[in-house]
Design a protein around this ligand. Structure first.
Ligand code: ADP
Ligand code: MG
Length: 477
């Protein structure tokens, strides 16, 4: 007998509801949901439940709560709105909260921006991963056990990403070159690691920053930051790490940080066990990274597993030289300061880069670097210099026309980000403007491009403030 056959027996309903609640309490998530549903069906079939409106509301509320728990408890790794066909087969790198997927066949890319909306596959990976290439690479595994499926998971399950492929170790750049090289070329203006060599220039004296530019930057720029990725050769990168390898990387970096001297001397703060006060103080000053959101590249790449284990942050005593441990890369070196003195910030960046290199080598480690790829990183968008030089800048007029701001940035190879990092909003008209490219140009050239591009941006901001229209600006691009 179905639940619709109502006799309205309140005592019976109360008893049935207690039984349902008992099932509800026994298990959480998917299991709990199944148990509540099964009990409800059994009670209804035995006519032990009258099916009054109250009872229905109660049972469906219990089921809704269980459904919510099931969604929350589900392992990360899959897109919640759409099934890519990926199956969890028990990858040795799986954690309690994350499952790596295997794709039985090439995922069907959603390529219609209008129709597919949020599930539109924007990435270069999706563009180059044809069924033919998928067939060719699907059984390829790297030296540390990172599979082709692991590499494409984040771009498949997080369709809005621009790059869509991650490296779990240095070997990925060789084994998956057939897809990574076109992605690198697509992102970095045609740079081809198969045929080209990447230049390095870490001499701050080669930077041109005129007195006029210095004055303008001091007027508009709130703070300046230059960072780059540095990874330890031989260890898997965070998307492919294990608990043990991440701990080994942290140990090497700790020894490296202890080797820093003079102006760079400082303290390492592990994220696990960090007290709330230190955490909020480091975060409010913009030094500390946050646990990646599910929409971030890191989560579906598997790089947020066993968070916050083996993660941490180093800073020198006056907090102008920083290093992150085991976020997107083994190490991110960061030089930052209030104001717009880009040359100073770059000089300290160069010193930090040299010091980290020699301290790492002094403790027996080598950095991942080659003439063709420069410094390696977890994301192909970050190889070469791995350098992002940014200014936090207030642009109230351009902020009124974000489309124009994006066009201006694109025409000078700049990337605008919001005030709290990638994919965040620009609070109070404050933008983080940085170089877009990382490879094929030296460190000096990229910082120079940022300085010169931002100089243009400030010029346009002033023209808009003086009454110029968007069309006037566009005509100059
Ligand atoms: P990245 O990948 O280069 O580390 P993110 O976009 O992930 O950059 O941002 C990291 C953090 O650094 C964010 O909190 C961001 O607001 C901060 N940040 C970036 N540029 C600057 C800057 N010029 N001044 C101050 N903080 C900055
Ligand atoms: Mg980042």
């Amino acid at each position: 007998m179905g639940a619709g056959a109502s006799t309205g027996d309140a005592t019976k309903d109360m008893a049935a509801f207690e039984e349902l609640k008992a099932e509800f309490a026994k298990a959480e998530g998917e299991e709990g949901l199944k148990a509540v549903q099964a009990k409800y069906e059994a009670l209804a079939a035995a006519n032990e439940i009258s099916g009054t409106a109250e009872e229905h509301a109660g049972a469906s509320k219990l089921q809704a709560i269980q459904r919510g728990r099931a969604a929350r408890n589900a392992k990360g790794g899959k897109n919640k709105l759409w099934d890519s066909g990926g199956v969890a087969k028990g990858d040795p790198k799986d954690s309690d909260d994350f499952a790596y997927l295997t794709y039985p066949e090439c995922p069907k890319w959603n390529t219609d921006k209008e129709k597919d909306g949020k599930l539109y596959h924007k990435s270069l990976m999706a563009k180059f991963c044809t069924p033919e290439l998928f067939e060719k690479l699907k059984d390829v595994t790297t030296e540390t056990g990172y599979t082709f499926h692991n590499a494409i998971q984040t771009g498949t399950e997080t369709p809005h990403l621009g790059v869509g492929i991650t490296a779990g170790d240095e070997d990925c750049y060789t084994k998956f070159a057939e897809i990574i090289n076109p992605v690198v070329a697509g992102w970095h203006d045609g740079y081809d690691p198969a045929t080209m060599k990447h230049p390095t220039d870490l001499n701050p004296e080669n930077l041109k920053f005129s007195d006029e530019q210095v004055a303008k930057f001091n007027e508009y720029v709130v703070s300046t930051r230059i960072r780059a990725a540095r990874n330890i050769r031989g260890q898997p990168l965070p998307p492919g790490s294990t608990r043990e390898s991440a701990a080994a990387v942290e140990a090497t970096l700790k020894a490296t940080f202890e080797g820093l001297e003079g102006d760079l001397k400082g303290t390492y703060y592990p994220l696990s066990g960090m007290d709330a006060e230190t955490e909020s103080s480091l975060q409010s000053q913009g030094f500390l990274f946050q646990k990646p959101k599910t929409t971030n590249l890191l989560t579906n790449a598997g790089a947020a597993r066993f968070w916050p284990e083996s993660r941490g942050i180093f800073h020198n005593d006056n907090k102008t030289a920083l290093a992150w441990c085991n976020e997107e890369d083994h190490c991110r070196i960061i030089s930052m300061a209030m104001g717009g003195n880009v040359k100073d910030v770059f000089a300290r960046f160069c010193a930090l880069s040299e010091a980290v290199k020699s301290a790492a080598e002094g403790s027996g480690a080598e950095l991942m670097w080659s003439e063709t790829h420069g410094f390696y990183g977890s994301c192909p968008s970050n190889i070469g210099t791995g350098l992002r030089g940014s200014v936090m800048i207030k642009l109230p007029k351009l902020n009124e026309n974000v489309e124009l701001l994006e066009k201006v940035c694109a025409s000078f190879d700049l990337q605008p980000r919001g005030s709290a990092g990638e994919h965040s909003a620009a609070v109070g008209g404050k933008w983080d403007i940085s170089n877009k490219q990382r490879i094929g140009f030296s460190e000096v050239q990229l910082v120079q491009k940022m300085i010169d591009g931002v100089t243009k941006l400030i010029g346009f901001e002033e023209e808009l403030a003086a009454g110029a229209s968007a069309a006037d600006i566009e005509a100059k691009l």
